[in-house]
Design a protein around this ligand. Structure first.
Ligand SMILES: C[C@@](CO)(OP(=O)(O)O)[C@H](O)COP(=O)(O)OP(=O)(O)OC[C@H]1O[C@@H](n2ccc(N)nc2=O)[C@H](O)[C@@H]1O
Ligand SMILES: Nc1ncnc2c1ncn2[C@@H]1O[C@H](COP(=O)(O)OP(=O)(O)O)[C@@H](O)[C@H]1O
Length: 307
């Protein structure tokens, strides 16, 4: 009997960097990192439908700027499909519908989430049975943040961020996320880090204190240890991010932090109620989009198909 493959939907989370230690840029143009990623409950869903060729379509939430996302072969989901196909010595087909809720170029790794989701969805649609190790290797070829989007949870990232290991995390952490209307380019922020810190150490600052705080499960402990070496460069390029952090902290956030290369600012809260209150207060100060999410959540995983 021939079985007709049906659509496969994969949900992939945004990430925030609880610790982002950055070392001096290497000869390959990448910076060595010690980072602690956390996957949060703000997700893109990618559905792979059976088709005769490969294509990408977008369905975006109100706060996502669809105009800046390519739907051609440069879309990260499309690139993931091509790479997975090459790995298996064939051309993969599929109509990939990306329901985007993760802001673009926001420091939340939304493109990486779509790439990871495409790997998992097409692997299942075509019954390729790619090993986890191979999926992680392909993910690393697509971008430094893509392996983490596969595994999710809370994880230590080393190398250029592509080597990921889960860490002990005893808490449920509540975050308020404030995206900007205009994204920021990751390479531009790294280049500004080089200008501001020409004497950056070869080995990036470690994350031991933050890893200890995660084991306590206490928001106040975690708040004290959040760290991002790209925050100063991001604020230097966009001074309003510094003002937003001050505003959120004066409204009661335990800590505000630029997420990755920015410009999204994340605020750690005591509880779900506290996060909802803070989100309301920030919206009243004129921020059009303020999101609440908790972490850690699962990496790229199958959910029932719905488009
Ligand atoms: C800064 C971080 C923190 O997690 O995330 P975002 O804020 O972009 O989400 C990441 O390092 C972004 O990872 P990702 O967006 O996957 O970067 P890649 O596609 O691998 O690389 C894009 C460019 O960023 C710079 N880059 C990236 C990673 C790294 N360790 N050093 C770098 O200098 C390089 O200029 C590279 O050409
Ligand atoms: N599926 C995709 N979703 C979002 N951006 C994408 C995608 N494919 C390619 N891009 C491009 O990748 C760039 C970075 O996107 P994104 O991953 O959202 O940012 P960040 O690295 O800040 O988290 C964007 O400028 C966008 O044009």
């Amino acid at each position: 009997m021939i079985t007709v493959p049906t659509a496969v939907t994969v949900r992939a989370p945004a990430k925030i960097n609880l610790h982002l230690g950055v070392g001096a840029v290497g000869a390959d143009g990448f910076h060595p990192l010690t980072t602690v990623y956390q996957a949060v409950g703000l997700c893109d869903d990618l559905t792979a439908h059976p088709a005769d060729d490969l294509s990408v379509e977008l369905a975006t939430a109100d706060w996502v700027d669809a105009g800046v996302i390519p739907t051609d072969a440069s879309n990260l989901a499309h690139r993931a499909a091509t790479l997975l196909g090459r790995h298996h010595g064939r051309e993969l087909t599929g109509r990939l519908v990306v329901e985007k809720a993760i802001p673009v170029a926001g420091g939340l790794a939304g493109g990486s989430a779509d790439a990871a989701a495409a790997l998992v969805a097409l692997d299942r649609l075509h019954d390729l049975r790619t090993s986890d190790d191979d999926l992680l290797r392909l993910a690393a070829d697509l971008g430094s943040d893509v392996p983490f989007a596969l595994i999710g949870g809370t994880a230590l990232g080393t190398g250029r961020g592509e080597l990921v290991d889960p860490v002990t995390d005893a808490g449920t952490w509540w975050w308020v996320l404030v995206p900007s209307l205009e994204g920021m380019s990751t390479p531009v922020v790294y280049a500004h880090f080089d200008r501001l810190f020409p004497d950056a150490p070869a080995t990036p600052p470690g994350a031991d204190e933050l890893l200890d705080a995660l084991r306590t499960g206490q928001p106040l402990s975690l708040a004290r240890t959040l760290h991002n070496d790209l925050q100063d460069p991001a604020i230097d390029l966009r001074p309003e991010l510094g003002l937003l952090i001050e505003r959120g902290e004066s409204e009661g956030a335990l800590r505000g932090l630029v997420s990755g290369s920015g410009p999204t600012v994340v605020f750690l809260c005591e509880s779900a109620d506290h996060a909802r209150d803070l989100a309301g207060a920030l919206m009243r100060t004129g921020h059009p989009v303020v999101l609440v999410a908790n972490g850690a959540v699962a990496g790229s995983h199958l959910v029932p198909s719905h488009v």
